[in-house]
Design a protein around this ligand. Structure first.
Ligand code: AQP
Length: 333
């Protein structure tokens, strides 16, 4: 039995990067109770979130996931803070992980920037919680964007050390599933930086809720260079912005960058950007319509998240209780 787990932070509106790097790949992996998808609000508060916004964003993220094709009847969709097994295992893992391992995490370095003294301790131990999210379900398959590869490696280090320290092959090895030409979608303003929902510049990303005019404007303004598009892939080397846009069009039209260049090579960016904007709008507008429909009835969204949390807890509680017993905690009786 291969169990799938993945999560997304309700730290803003999901971006095209989240969609292409993660969410879209989750849809075909739905397999009843062996597929768990989680809105990870505990992760989101590792950086400041306005409390009034957080609960709204959490519900909206759940609606976005359903609108993108996750079906709460065909997978377990829930909110991380609703299942206490995550906190319980995260603390144990915080005592298993070594400072040196966490010190190497590039996402922490990127997010903390130069002001390390003032970031939350939660941001530093974020990968321990992520390891707990996955391993509380004995999940082995984790579909994520390329930026999460290092965190999965760390989760495996934690699992192995736990198994070694407590003398039992209890936690399985995790495989990251990093798929497709758009496993790392880059910012529209800087082709060397990943597209992020919390980037201060809204122009740097396509939000799944952007309307047609906004998408067209953002794509028109997306940074490019003065050269025409090349006819072959190697012509995109050292042209990160062009490579990013070609990759996005390939992903949106279910083709390859080679095929995109075969069609658009030799042309300028004007017509190419129009085609790209049209492809984006065609994909995003049905998702937006479905999101609006779902959010008209927030109680129904909350009810399906509650059912999801109950199903998730039924899987995770016995696993985490066993981990606690291995550590030597006195059973609650
Ligand atoms: N630019 C991206 N390209 C491909 N995949 C991406 N993911 C995120 N950005 C890109 C993937 O989306 C999933 C959910 O990510 P997350 O919300 O848990 O955290 P993140 O990776 O930190 O995403 P953001 O958008 O950059 O959020 P903020 O701004 O809040 O930090 C993951 O599988 C991730 O790989």
């Amino acid at each position: 039995m291969q169990r799938v787990f993945s999560g997304i932070q309700p730290s803003g509106i999901p971006t095209l990067g989240n969609y292409l790097g993660a969410i879209r790949n989750w849809v075909p992996m739905q397999n009843g109770d062996n597929s768990l998808f989680c809105v990870v609000d505990l992760h989101a508060i590792t950086v400041w979130q306005d409390p009034k916004e957080l609960s709204r964003q959490t519900r909206e993220m759940a609606a976005a996931l359903i609108a993108c094709g996750l079906d709460p009847e065909r997978c377990i969709l829930f909110v991380q803070s609703h299942v206490h097994a995550h906190h319980r295992l995260a603390w144990i893992f915080t005592c298993v992980a070594r400072m040196g391992w966490l010190n190497r995490m590039t996402q922490f370095k990127d997010k903390a920037g130069k002001d390390r003294e003032n970031v939350s301790t939660g941001l530093f131990v974020y990968p321990n919680l992520m390891a707990a999210d996955i391993l509380a379900y004995h999940a082995t398959q984790v579909p994520v964007g390329d930026d999460q590869r290092q965190h999965i490696e760390l989760a495996n280090d934690i699992a192995q050390k736990f198994n070694h320290d407590y003398g039992e092959e209890f936690f399985p090895n995790i495989t990251p599933l990093i798929q497709g030409v758009a496993a790392r979608v880059m910012s529209l303003r800087d082709g060397t930086k990943k597209m992020s929902k919390s980037d201060p510049s809204d122009q740097s990303r396509i939000n799944l809720t952007d309307d047609a005019d906004t998408v067209a404007l953002k794509i028109r303004r997306a940074k490019t260079d003065p050269e025409p598009l090349p006819s072959e892939l190697r012509g995109l080397e050292a042209r990160p912005e062009a490579r990013n846009l070609v990759g996005i069009l390939a992903a949106m039209t279910d083709t390859t960058p080679d095929a995109v260049l075969a069609e658009h090579g030799g042309k300028g960016f004007g017509a190419f950007k129009e085609t790209l904007a049209e492809a984006l709008v065609a994909k995003l507008s049905p998702i937006q319509g479905e999101m609006r429909r779902l959010l008209d009835d927030p109680a129904a969204v909350d009810a399906s998240l509650r059912r999801g949390a109950e199903k998730a807890a039924a899987i995770a509680d016995p696993i985490v209780t066993r981990a606690e017993a291995l550590v030597g905690f006195l059973p609650r009786g």
